[in-house]
Design a protein around this ligand. Structure first.
Ligand code: C2O
Ligand code: CU
Length: 389
């Protein structure tokens, strides 16, 4: 049981959402849905049992473009009872800042151009708040690397050198078997746990980098000095499994979600605050995106599920941009076009013009947000919700 008192010392309303934790609805931290906003000077007691081991994070869920862009985000690690043995356990929070010349954070946070395009991309990337941090390692060491993307818009296309590595968890949830991949895409809100053996020789360097528009950048340096005293540990192990609810795809409740809007595509008339408005009227009000014809929080849930039933949501992205859709209170699996199932995740990156289907067992009662984690998109229309029970 985790008991925390959140005190809002900001000059504006706030809250804390525990991203990826399957906790009680009343503790989910979404003002207007699960609690009232916490006013300046007020407190809110969060108390919950963290049910699954893994790498999670937390952040405000109101005016979140500004509050997260200004740095309000933290990592919450739930340890396994029996974690695989590693030499170092390193958390790496990727973030992206839009700064002025004097290193202050650039305001405002609601430029229509950001909202209608790829979100509030920054001009300075940090890992754990540092341009390119260094972690000293030894040749032959085994590391656990917990990657978190806390940026409000930037997708990182990661690569690494000097390691033999495998992904062991996505979004906190252990994979059935370690997955060896060269390119690691991590979208806003997503996490990824790697187990990495240092294969670089002493004097050499290992690194994690990222690629953008054909350019490669170093993100984290791992200078290698000396050899690990420990004998090689053999194959990269899987993490101990978390609970994995069994999907019943055949008798699932199913409803398709259409994402529309944004620059270069536009959208038809959509409902906002109970009114049906055309794209021009919506743009005047700073709204650019719709989920199945609804802009922002609808009066009615997108779907109402009976507790315990499987829900399938095929999502079509009819926009010119990728979107990182995040479901609160549950992890889902992708149902691929060949019928196979993806790994448990709480946030899925859906590319332009893609159709991707998610399925989950609706076993956590309450009203749960389901929105794009490009936060400028969420605040300009891509914010929905579902009801369980
Ligand atoms: Cu990480 Cu609804 O958020
Ligand atoms: Cu989006």
């Amino acid at each position: 049981m985790l008991n925390l008192t959140f005190e809002n010392a900001l000059p504006q309303d706030s809250s804390i959402h525990w991203h990826g934790l399957r906790i009680e609805n009343a503790m989910d931290g979404v003002p207007g849905m699960t609690q009232d906003p916490v006013a300046p000077g007020e407190t809110f007691d969060y108390s919950f049992v963290a049910p699954d081991a893994g790498t999670y994070w937390y952040h405000p869920h109101i005016n979140s473009v500004e509050q997260i862009s200004r740095g309000l985000a933290g990592v919450l690690i739930v340890e396994e009872d029996e974690a695989p043995e590693v030499d170092q356990d390193i958390t790496l929070v990727f973030d992206d800042w839009r700064m002025n010349q004097d290193a202050s954070i650039q305001a405002p946070f609601d430029y229509a151009h950001d909202q209608s395009h790829a979100g509030r991309l920054g001009n300075f990337v940090t890992i754990n708040g540092i341009g390119v941090p260094e972690y000293n390692v030894r040749a032959g060491e085994r590391l656990r690397l917990r990657l978190v993307n806390a940026a409000t818009a930037r997708i990182f296309d990661l690569l690494y050198k000097g390691f033999e590595a495998a992904v062991v968890a996505f979004d906190g949830m252990p994979l059935d078997a370690p997955l060896q991949i060269e390119r690691l895409i991590i979208a806003p809100g997503q996490r990824m746990d790697l187990i990495a053996n240092v294969t670089a020789e002493p004097g050499d360097g290992a690194l994690i980098g990222f690629e953008e528009r054909g350019e490669a950048y170093v993100a984290v340096d791992f200078p290698v000095s000396g050899n690990s005293a420990l004998a090689a540990r053999g194959e990269i192990p899987a993490l101990p499994p978390n609970r994995k609810p069994a999907l019943d795809l055949a008798s699932a409740r199913q409803k398709r979600m259409d994402m529309s809007g944004g620059a270069m595509r536009g959208m038809g008339p959509a409902v906002w605050n109970g009114m049906r408005l055309n794209a021009r009227e919506l743009a005047t009000d700073g709204q650019f995106w719709a989920l199945s014809g609804v802009v922002g929080l609808a009066e009615e849930p997108f779907i109402t599920a009976v507790i315990g039933e499987t829900v399938r949501i095929p999502i079509t992205n009819d926009t010119a941009f990728p979107h990182a859709m995040h479901l609160h209170g549950h992890h889902f699996q992708e149902v691929r076009s060949d019928g196979s199932l993806g790994q448990l995740r709480d946030t899925i990156l859906i590319g332009a013009d893609e159709l991707r289907e998610i399925a989950f067992v609706a076993d956590n009662p309450g009203d749960w947000a389901f929105h794009c984690h490009m936060l400028s998109h969420a605040s300009s229309g891509m914010m929905g919700w579902i009801r369980v029970g």
